[in-house]
Every structure is written in structure tokens, then in C-alpha cells.
Design a protein. Structure first.
Length: 423
């Protein structure tokens, strides 16, 4: 049997795992970290040629020179968007698949020996990000990115099913399990029946997904706390007529994968033109400075820190400073939960859809396994405790369970091939 590798290419973080000869799954680490940030950075080298880096090296390069560097985040969020053809980076055009391939080469380079001859299983969400997402296109682009990175023969599996395989390794009796996988861009749900065997059998019963998760929660914090200090909700005047400041600017500003597009010269000129007759021009000029100075990464890091703190405490303070723009805002968990109510409702609807797809009622579910960063948000966990009962809900492996489960799925596929070959 070939070795098996699971690769979780995530919106925010990526993880690689391998099934070891002793049957244990091990996360393949770069340096000392289980996760590898899903980012790229581009800059002009001393010789005038465009250079790039990925993961932690990309963040380091960006922080060294944010004004002249271009940070690319949340690439996975574009996979299923037909409207994305290419982006311009330092004067060069890049399609999405080559960008994904650049990232994957850096992610996988330290593990060349592990990958040689291996059965590779790659995760994908049940539903990709975006209201008009084309899921088939998303998977084709995902496969194309891996092919350009030198891995054409890959198995693609659903991420929540992979997390379920990892959880099922702890089961000692048959069970129907609802697996909820919360990524940076998507929330996915699978209902699976596990029979621990031997041989272990896994039957997919139903699934559903929605293109909202951790990034959407961050968006709500930025939209409610930061954007009003940058002019959102204000007005300006044109020939004596009062008009609202365009809200679309703040929709882009609050989303990781859209912020870099605001650096377009026309957008910055438009904001400056509005600032000249705005009620609070200093707010719009602070917005311009944040966009031009590529301060988005520092802002999102501060927002994510505050969000994580609200999972542990009932209140926190969002601190952020850039130049003359300063924020020190108290945030209560109750307010945060009211802000993310639309996303919570979409999650509830998707859970219901998974149950309908499986033709099951909540009382027919034996266990509920939550994984992914947003599973730590109390309001998210309450959805499942209220629906299925607190005693049935468990969580774990928030950042690595998908990759580990993908490796297990690869091993199961190889086992079936070996069994067929021996007949």
C-alpha cells in the first residue's frame, strides 16, 4: 500500500497530515507549527524582478515593507467565483490557479519525501464561498492549482466527512454522527453512519453547507466597530444635495479577500473626492491611509484577537492603532452575538438541510462533533446543544482534524484497492 497524505488547503490556514506505518496520523510541520497561513506576499526585488513568499515568510516580508508589498489572502474564497478572472500584482497579471499553485509549492516543499508516490487526498467544502458560487468550478480550479503545483493525481473529499473520519477513530460502537466543520470561509455539515468494524465502514447519509464562517464573524466586528469611525453611515454633498457615503466601500473594507482591490487608483480618487465635501473628512482620509498603507493584516489580526477573547470572556477590548487612527472599543459578547445573528441563522438552516438530506430527525443523531475555529464561539456551540442535547456535543482538533481525516480516508481507499487486488 502507498503512503497517504491529507492536505487541508484552508481559507485562513492550511495543514498537511500523513498516515504513519504504525497506523497513527501525524501532522507534518513546517518549523514548529501545525498550521501554515494561507497567504502570499509579492514585492519587487533589488534587481527589479517580482519576488514572492508564502505562509509565515509572506507575513514577515509584508511587515518589513507593507507599502510596497502586496499581500494576497483568502485565495480559497475566489475558487468558485466566475467573476474572478485575474488580478494585477505589481504590474503583472495572475490567474487564480497559478496563485494557488505558488502557495501549494511552498506549503508542500518540505515534505517532498513524504509525498513521493503517496496517495494524496485534498479537502473541499460542501459549499464554496459566495452567493453565486459555482461548486463544480471551485473543485476544478482546486484540482488545477494542485496540478500546476505538480500533483495531478489527487483524490478530492468533503472536509466535514474527513473530520468525521478522524472523530470516528475514537468510536467503539456503531453511531450516527453529525460533523460540523467551521473554516475561515465556509461552514459544512455531514451526517455519517460509522460502524467501527472490523472492517470499519462509513456511510454518508446527508450533507449541507453554507458560505459563512469565521471571516463573516470578523466582518461583523469591523462593520460595527471600525467602519463607523471611517465614515460609514456619514454623508457628503454634491451641488448642495446631501448624499450617503457609498456603503460598498465598507463592504469591501471589512472583507479580507476584497480589501486589496480597494488600492485601485480610481477607488482611492473617488474616496478623496467624497472626503472633500463630507461631514467628517478626517474619517475618510483615515480610510484612505489604512488602504494605501496595507494596514489590513494588522487590523484583521486585532479583530481576530478580540473575537477569540469573546469565546472565553463576556467582554473584551478591541485595540488597534495605525498612524493617527486609534481604536480602543469595549465589545460585549451579547452585542457580538446580536451582530452575527444572520450568520447564526444561516448555520441553523444548513444544519436543518443536512438532516432533511439524510432523512433523519435530531433524536436519531448519536453524537455531534464540532471542529474548526468558529466551533469555539459559544453562540455557535449553543445551536447544537439546543438542537441535539449538551451531552452529545463534543469538539476538538479545531485546526488539524480535517487534514488528519483526509489522510485516513486515503488509507481506507488504498486498503480497498489492496483487498481487490488480493482477490
Amino acid at each position: 500500500m502507498r503512503p497517504t497524505i491529507g492536505i487541508d488547503f484552508g481559507t485562513t490556514n492550511s495543514v498537511v497530515a500523513s498516515l504513519q506505518p504504525d497506523g497513527q496520523v501525524r501532522v507534518l510541520r513546517q518549523a514548529t507549527d501545525d498550521v501554515f497561513r494561507s497567504v502570499l506576499c509579492f514585492w519587487n526585488g533589488a534587481d527589479g524582478r517580482v519576488r514572492h513568499a508564502a505562509g509565515p515568510a509572506a507575513i514577515e516580508a509584508y511587515l518589513d515593507d507593507p507599502l510596497d508589498a502586496r499581500l494576497i489572502m483568502s485565495m480559497k474564497s475566489y475558487l468558485a467565483q466566475r467573476s474572478f478572472a485575474e488580478t494585477r500584482i505589481l504590474g503583472q497579471g495572475y490567474a487564480l490557479e497559478p496563485l494557488v499553485a505558488l502557495f501549494l509549492r511552498a506549503l508542500l516543499a518540505p515534505f517532498a519525501d513524504d509525498l513521493a508516490g503517496a496517495h494524496i487526498v485534498v479537502g473541499r467544502p460542501v459549499r464554496f464561498v459566495g452567493g453565486s458560487a459555482d461548486d463544480a468550478l471551485g473543485e476544478r480550479r482546486l484540482r488545477a492549482g494542485f496540478a500546476l503545483a505538480g500533483h495531478r493525481d489527487v483524490q478530492v473529499a468533503l472536509e466535514p466527512a474527513a473530520a468525521g473520519h478522524r472523530f470516528a477513530a475514537t468510536l467503539d460502537r456503531p453511531a450516527v454522527v453529525l460533523v460540523a466543520d467551521f473554516g475561515g470561509g465556509t461552514s459544512d455539515f455531514s451526517l455519517l453512519r460509522f460502524d467501527p468494524g472490523p472492517p470499519r465502514r462509513v456511510t454518508a447519509l446527508g450533507q449541507a453547507g453554507v458560505g459563512v464562517a469565521g471571516d463573516a464573524f470578523d466582518y461583523r466586528i469591523i462593520d460595527r466597530v471600525i467602519s463607523p469611525l471611517l465614515g460609514k453611515g456619514g454623508s457628503y454633498r454634491v451641488t448642495g444635495t446631501e448624499l450617503p457615503i457609498p456603503p460598498a466601500w465598507y463592504s469591501s473594507f471589512a472583507r479580507w479577500h476584497l480589501l486589496s482591490l480597494m488600492r485601485a487608483p480610481k477607488t482611492l480618487r473617488d474616496i478623496e473626492a467624497v472626503a472633500r465635501t463630507a461631514d467628517h473628512p478626517e474619517q475618510l482620509r483615515a480610510l484612505i491611509a489604512l488602504v494605501k498603507d496595507e494596514a489590513g493584516y494588522a487590523l484583521y489580526r486585532a479583530v481576530s484577537t478580540a473575537k477569540a477573547a469573546l469565546s472565553r470572556a463576556k467582554t473584551t477590548v478591541l485595540d488597534f492603532r495605525h498612524g493617527e487612527f486609534e481604536v480602543s472599543a469595549d465589545i460585549a459578547r451579547t452585542d457580538f452575538e446580536s451582530w452575527i445573528a444572520p450568520e447564526l441563522a444561516q448555520i441553523r438552516t444548513a444544519v436543518d438541510a443536512a438532516l432533511v438530506d439524510a432523512a433523519l430527525t435530531p433524536d436519531q443523531v448519536d453524537r455531534v462533533f464540532l471542529t474548526g475555529g468558529s466551533s469555539l464561539v459559544p453562540a455557535v456551540r449553543r445551536i447544537f446543544e439546543e438542537r441535539f442535547g449538551e451531552d452529545l456535543v463534543v469538539a476538538g482538533g479545531e485546526f488539524v482534524s480535517v487534514a488528519e481525516g483526509l489522510a485516513l480516508m486515503g488509507w481506507e481507499a488504498e486498503t480497498k484497492v489492496a483487498q481487490i487486488g488480493s482477490v
